[in-house]
Design a binder for this molecule. Sequence first.
Ligand code: DER
Length: 221
Amino acid sequence: MDGKKLAGEKAVESVKDGMILGLGTGSTVYWSILKLGELVKKGLDIKGVPTSKSTEKLAKELGIPLVSFSSINQIDLTIDGADEVNPNFELIKGGGGALLREKMVASISKSSIIVIDETKYVPNLGEFPLPVEIVQFGWEVTSKQISTLGCKPELRTKNNSPFVTDNGNYIFDCYFEKIDDAVKLNTRLNMIPGVVENGLFVHLADTIVVGKRDSSVDILY
Ligand code: DER
């Protein structure tokens, strides 16, 4: 079975009646949301906080009750994907362009489960380009500022135009090759005027569920 489906569905076993759930974005957590839709139809009582317009649309189609981020103080559990996970449970996220809302939701979650297939679990972060969300104004200047941190920022495009996030911002995919100090880089990136948020998630993952090609699932704490 597909590792993403395995991991996505396994994570839902941690969901309890009455929870407020952070609903992540991407093709792995897609399976978690599908499973949640099935369970809601069977009476599971949850409220979802979507991390993107695409997740909001999917959750609505499945009949999962939603609550707005601005109306809550805390989330019980967030289930989300990642592009890379290292042994410190530091993540690169943002491949799907949802990093800002994902990080805001994760930051008020009592617990976060990250669902991945085994290709995402890596010794060092950085082979996957680090997404950085920036304001549109002066993006060329912001690019030069970011490159001083030792990377090559590339403006993400879609249909030959700059990709625009749910929040109306641009994204740079930043090629660092290897990231040795995620905590420090996270701070340094966010100090650059024009940077809104970056895809380094540190201290925001409690459990990693890894779906594997041999149809087994590893749960890392
Ligand atoms: O954008 C994100 O951070 C998503 O969680 C995404 O990158 C996860 O990727 P997936 O589609 O492989 O699950």
